[in-house]
Design a binder for this molecule. Structure first.
Ligand code: GLA
Length: 393
């Protein structure tokens, strides 16, 4: 734990005077290893929770008032609202909308929240990095509501409510992956999730002698104004057309061969490429877990590479920045595989790199990226961590 926790305590003390009964909670960020843009297509994903995330110090109030302060948004100062104002998105509330959305969704599902609270928040997930700072906050709030007020809510319920917040309150049609892995994350494991059934298995993900490097494009982006919702609509269109011939519920129901045999229905249209990605990426994800279970990291890396290429040429969600990072990463001897992670359009890419090559890797990628894009990327070494928890100091 770093000095930010002390800073949170000091701020809490200053704003709300008594900090002694404040409780400290944490919720992680996430990185997806493979299975991109498959989660709203009934396919598989393979993400893991990270040790970076979002912290909150919180204490219940006697009334229905809510008070928020974020160390990351210090300029916004103290934000004041109350439990009776959670019925719609309010631009004036900024980041607190994610919280109000969770309140709204909990109440909608029949959980009556009896009192308000005071809260100081701090997050160390770089914002707009595609490492799910928003889902981290949503699940943090859900976990706090569950714990403070004794609601019986499973990890899957938390994930579904976080997704509902994002879809209906915030207005981004995201799938279930981010909220799910954050709510159910397990140290040193990735989650192999079937998004059609929400069944999942945890699979050990420990890289001996190698590191999972996260590379941030540092390109500012907001998913709400990205082509995310457009890609989702394109896949829905493709599914509808395929359903005129096939008895399927999602694109994830198709094998590569079944897709190819029916692709004549889509050919000539851009939705052919979108649907092809969704189907092939699902197959790649299933294969990736198989090879990882056999400890074949090289094969895993090749599937990561193929995933990126498909996201670049067929799904078209990478962009110059992510491609520059991945191209540079692949040029380094000692890189086992590299791909964008998350929604794309900026955000982060990942690479599995031999430990001996790590310094050379960062140097080369940095130089090539600056040369092509004009500003610095950032690098983090991923540490795979647990889901949400209360931290008792
Ligand atoms: C974002 C969404 C997820 C998922 C990914 C792409 O992170 O929130 O639901 O669709 O993009 O795989």
């Amino acid at each position: 734990m770093d000095h930010h926790i002390l800073e949170m305590r000091a701020k809490f003390e200053e704003l709300f005077d008594c900090s002694k009964d404040a409780r400290l909670f944490f919720s992680p960020g996430r990185v997806n290893l493979i299975g991109e843009h498959t989660d709203y297509n009934g396919g598989h994903v393979f993400p893991c929770a990270l040790e970076i995330g979002t912290y909150a110090l919180v204490s219940k109030r006697e009334d229905r008032e809510l008070r928020f302060y974020s160390l990351n948004e210090a300029k916004a100062g103290l934000i004041q609202t109350d439990l009776d104002h959670a019925d719609h998105y309010d631009p004036a509330l900024g980041w607190v909308n994610y919280v109000m959305g969770m309140i709204h969704v909990f109440e909608k599902h029949g959980y009556t929240i009896p009192s308000g609270w005071n809260m100081v928040v701090y997050g160390n997930i770089p914002v707009a990095s595609g490492l799910s700072s928003s889902a981290s906050l949503e699940i943090l709030i859900g976990y706090i509501l569950k714990t403070l007020f004794g609601f019986e809510v499973s990890g899957t319920d938390l994930a579904l409510m976080g997704q509902e917040d994002e879809n209906k309150y915030i207005g981004l049609n995201c799938g279930i992956m981010d909220q799910f892995v954050i709510a159910n994350g397990k140290k040193d494991h990735a989650l192999f999730l079937d998004t059609a059934t929400l069944e999942y298995k945890t699979v050990p993900f420990v890289l001996k002698g190698r590191t999972l490097v996260i590379m941030n494009t540092n390109k500012p982006r907001g998913l709400k104004d990205s082509k995310y919702n457009e890609r989702r609509a394109e896949c829905e269109k493709a599914l509808e057309i395929l359903q005129s011939r096939l008895n399927i519920k999602t694109l994830g129901d198709l094998t590569d061969e079944e897709f190819d045999a029916n692709a004549d229905l889509l050919k000539g249209d851009v939705i052919y490429k979108r649907a092809k990605h969704a189907v092939y990426e699902n197959t790649r994800t299933i294969k990736a877990v198989e090879v990882l279970r056999k400890n074949d990291i090289e094969a895993f890396g090749k599937l990561m590479d193929a995933s990126h290429d498909s996201l670049r040429y067929d799904y078209e969600v990478t962009g110059a920045e992510l491609d520059a990072l991945v191209d540079a990463a692949r040029s380094v001897k000692g890189t086992i595989g590299s791909r964008m992670t998350g929604a794309g359009f900026g955000g982060c890419a990942i690479a599995i790199v031999e430990d001996e090559a790590l310094e050379e890797f960062k140097k080369t990628v940095r130089e090539e990226y600056i040369q092509k894009i004009g500003y610095e990327p950032s690098f983090y070494e991923a540490v795979v961590g647990d889901g949400p928890k209360e931290i008792k100091e």
